[in-house]
Design a protein around this ligand. Structure first.
Ligand code: HEC
Ligand code: HEC
Length: 300
């Protein structure tokens, strides 16, 4: 009898405590894409957020949590409503599964580590995070972007024609897409000149002063961003293993939200985007390798 009494007393205090929480959700909301999220899910998400995420992302979701000091890149400011690694053309609203992938695998080279959350926990915490940017995410009228769906991806090269893809990717990278206008170049003047003549008919007399340098730049996030050197930096949204080409291809199609990194979908022909993915992945193979020194020393 006594036990029961104590139990119900604890339950009552718990209830009172939760009831007093000023931000407790009493009603569900309709998120972008017409998804109804019940209050219970948001409350569960808030609990998970407070426990695991708040230290970096902050009480108000502004990215200024107690553990955020000095982190490079800084934790995402959720109030801005911008996701970098979505599965839609950047600038549009992403589908949830792209964000769940980032939870599961983390964002390489950042403090955002992989999280061992169950599906229900990922859903709850992400729906809660959306409430930090209601103007972006909440409302029946809000539409998600067209999903860049992995199921529909068709690699025209496959590993069998890998070398061919890398060769084409190298040309597209430096001549057609001019990726080194933000990132850096990975060819000598002689190679650049020859590739340019082949593709455009015009040669190159000299390299821009910053051809081999990364161009640090502003962004819609509240800090400057650094286009990676693939032979040196980790690529945030790219896993190692048999999915790496596909991960890079998706990133090139979609771009990186809120940064200068463009979505190349419909700007370049599809097979050229695949070729670029092979080329970028080839450059990644120099990372942490003794071969890197030799490779980059050609570009001085
Ligand atoms: C140790 C600090 C830290 C913790 C703890 C942390 N994050 Fe992050 N998070 C980061 C950083 C740093 C970034 C930004 C990475 C970047 O810009 O590439 C980030 C980015 C994100 C993004 C943005 C992804 C995108 O594509 O823009 C989401 C969503 C996110 N975190 C959710 C969470 C959730 C949910 C938790 C708790 C389960 C959590 N984070 C815990 C540091 C942290
Ligand atoms: C206008 C500037 C700009 C141009 C042009 C540009 N990028 Fe980027 N790129 C960026 C920036 C900035 C980032 C880093 C975004 C971040 O993580 O904050 C980036 C990131 C990337 C990433 C890493 C994605 C990840 O998961 O971390 C890859 C790969 C990439 N770019 C490839 C390319 C290729 C290939 C081209 C040419 C076809 C290109 N970029 C052209 C600015 C640019």
């Amino acid at each position: 009898m006594m036990k029961l009494f104590v139990l119900s007393l604890t339950a009552l205090t718990l209830l009172l405590f939760v009831g007093c929480e000023p931000n407790e959700f009493k009603e569900g909301v309709v998120m972008a894409g017409g998804q109804y999220v019940p209050a219970a899910t948001l409350n569960k998400g808030k609990q998970i957020y407070s426990e695991y995420c708040m230290a970096c992302h902050g009480v108000n979701g502004d990215g200024n949590g107690v553990a955020s000091k000095g982190l490079q890149p800084p934790p995402r400011n959720f109030k801005l409503g911008i996701i970098k690694f979505g599965n839609v053309v950047s600038g549009e609203l992403t589908h949830d599964d792209a964000v769940y992938k980032s939870f599961k695998h983390g964002l390489n080279g950042s403090a955002m580590l992989p999280w061992d959350l169950k599906q229900g926990q990922m859903v709850a915490v992400w729906q809660y995070i959306k409430t930090f940017a209601p103007d972006t995410w909440i409302g029946k009228d809000k539409k998600l972007g067209e999903k860049l769906d992995r199921q529909t991806f068709k690699d025209p090269f496959t590993m069998a024609r890998k070398e061919q893809a890398i060769e084409l990717g190298k040309k597209v990278y430096h001549v057609e897409a001019n990726c080194q206008s933000c990132h850096r170049g990975y060819v000598t003047l002689a190679e650049y000149d020859a590739m340019s003549k082949e593709l455009t008919g015009d040669g190159i007399d000299e390299l821009d002063e910053d051809f081999y340098q990364l161009k640090i730049q502003g962004s819609d996030h509240d800090y400057q961003v650094i286009p990676p050197d693939y032979t040196w930096h980790e690529l945030r949204s790219v896993r190692t293993g048999d999915k790496e080409i596909e991960d890079i291809y998706l990133r090139l199609l979609a771009g990186v939200g809120g940064t200068g990194m463009p979505a190349w979908k419909d700007t370049l022909e599809d097979h050229k985007i695949w070729a670029l993915a092979y080329y970028v992945n080839h450059l990644r193979s120099f990372k942490d390798s003794p071969k890197r020194k030799n490779f980059v020393s050609r570009f001085k």
